[in-house]
Design a protein around this ligand. Structure first.
Ligand SMILES: Cc1cc2nc3c(=O)[nH]c(=O)nc-3n(C[C@H](O)[C@H](O)[C@H](O)COP(=O)(O)OP(=O)(O)OC[C@H]3O[C@@H](n4cnc5c(N)ncnc54)[C@H](O)[C@@H]3O)c2cc1C
Length: 401
């Protein structure tokens, strides 16, 4: 009997595996519950699809055993990735921090060309098709789909994680995995916005470039630099997403999490003190918020003046100036939760990688059963690393099946 592969999920990982397996002569069927192929890919990188990164390292990956990624990212590295997509017709261009995008800057180009390649290779798609369960039979597997049964010699679970249910995310993959005896590392949202203990309505929409530190028990456990966006509910922006995994993990353990923002990271404490001392000579009866206005964002100026409860900028004494310096360098909030899976880009946790062969991505518990992409207990930093994981793990499956 010719080899056949049933792939559950027409996302990044499933599509890559489909192409590589079909090129090797495997008969491939892809089952997707959405009516569209690659719905999540279309949403990536703000519609531009940050396909990969110039530097892909183990350190960009997280999970109980991050080293699990090594063989896959070694075999399918940035060059392999570029060559793979070039063969499909996608040229790449570099953005900030080594991020690589399709030259068209349209995620739809990536989906269109992946689908074209799949169809040219005879991959069969079943859309609007929710796989309900998987069982084994004499020839391999039976997929149970809305009253019908599809047989195949092997199955790939490429169902993704829980992030953004509106794009198709669900817990299906974990349920399938458990039905074969796999364990699931607890999941939580990553690359996600944070909710704070304070209403930030007055500074909603203010975006700054700053430094952020995450503190637990007064110990700095994570830090990042970049965009910080204040919103009604709390904090967003690239720097916040960068530390959100650590925050999510701490909150999951019910630890208290403080967020410390340096609003003026371009100045040292000493430099800032000198600047404010100089400005203090030129207060001319201004309110504190007006005096700060022009130096920092006006809405932030008002917010800080209210927070430290100093109304007038005239006759600021050295204690008050020191308090100002402190708050500008240490604006503190308590993170009470993340915005959860509904807003997250990625799921941390998932199918325990100890139970998966890192070369082939085959289950150690059930031969012929494979896993790839976000459903596994691997998540990555922002910057093209998550999609790279989806491609690289899908590639390994396609080469092994
Ligand atoms: C808004 C957003 C932006 C992002 N931007 C980037 C970026 O620019 N760069 C980057 O590296 N990463 C980005 N990511 C993360 C990245 O998109 C994912 O990590 C990656 O797509 C995961 O691929 P996957 O194939 O494992 O899963 P998915 O792409 O989620 O695909 C899984 C598919 O399986 C289907 N499915 C699930 N259960 C069933 C079932 N029972 N039956 C049939 N079908 C099923 C789902 O509908 C889905 O289509 C972003 C994520 C989001 C949400």
């Amino acid at each position: 009997m010719p080899k056949s592969l049933a792939i559950i999920g027409a996302g990044a990982s499933g599509l890559l595996a489909a192409i590589v397996a079909a090129r090797r002569g495997v008969k491939v069927r892809v089952f997707e519950k959405n009516s569209k192929i690659g719905k999540k890919i279309l949403a990536t990188g703000n519609g531009r699809c940050n396909i990969t990164n110039q530097t892909i390292k183990t350190q960009n990956y997280h999970g109980l055993n991050p080293k699990f990624v090594n063989i896959a990212i070694d075999r399918f590295n940035t060059s392999t990735c570029r060559a793979f997509f070039e063969k499909l017709g996608i040229e790449m261009m570099e953005g900030q921090k080594g991020r690589l995008y399709p030259k068209s800057l349209h995620s739809s180009s990536v989906v269109n060309l992946l689908v074209y390649e799949c169809e040219s290779l005879g991959v069969e798609f079943f859309l609007d098709t929710l796989v309900e369960s998987i069982s084994t039979d004499a020839n391999g597997f039976a997929l149970h789909v809305e009253g019908k049964v599809y047989h195949s010699s092997s199955v790939l679970i490429a169902t993704g994680g829980l992030a953004m249910p509106t794009l198709g995310a669900s817990d299906s993959g974990y349920k399938f995995a458990k039905s074969f005896g796999h364990t699931i590392t607890p999941t939580f949202a990553s690359l996600v916005q944070l909710e704070c203990d304070e209403n930030l309505r007055d500074i909603n929409g203010v975006k700054i470039q700053g430094n952020i530190e995450v503190l637990s028990d007064k110990r700095v456990v994570a830090s990042a630099q970049g965009d910080i966006l204040f919103t009604n509910y709390g904090l967003s922006g690239s720097a916040i997403l960068d530390v959100s995994r650590e925050v999510g993990k701490l909150l999951q353990n019910r630890d208290k999490v403080d967020i410390n923002i340096d609003l003026l990271s371009e100045y040292s404490k000493e430099q800032l003190k000198n600047i404010l001392f100089k400005r203090a000579k030129n207060s001319n009866g201004k309110t504190l918020s007006l005096w700060l206005d022009g130096f920092i964002n006006p809405k932030l100026a008002k917010f800080l003046a209210k927070k430290i409860d100093i109304k007038n900028a005239d006759n600021l004494n050295s204690k008050e100036l020191a308090r100002l310096v402190y708050i500008l360098k240490n604006l503190k909030f308590k993170a009470i939760s993340t915005r959860g899976f509904k807003s997250a880009e990625v799921t941390a946790g998932g199918v325990n990688t100890d139970e998966i062969n890192p070369k082939t991505f085959e289950s150690k518990l059930q031969s012929g059963l494979y896993f790839s992409g976000e459903v596994l207990d691997i998540d990555a930093d922002c910057g093209g690393y998550n999609l790279h994981w989806a491609w690289a793990s899908g590639y390994s499956v396609g080469m092994s099946v």
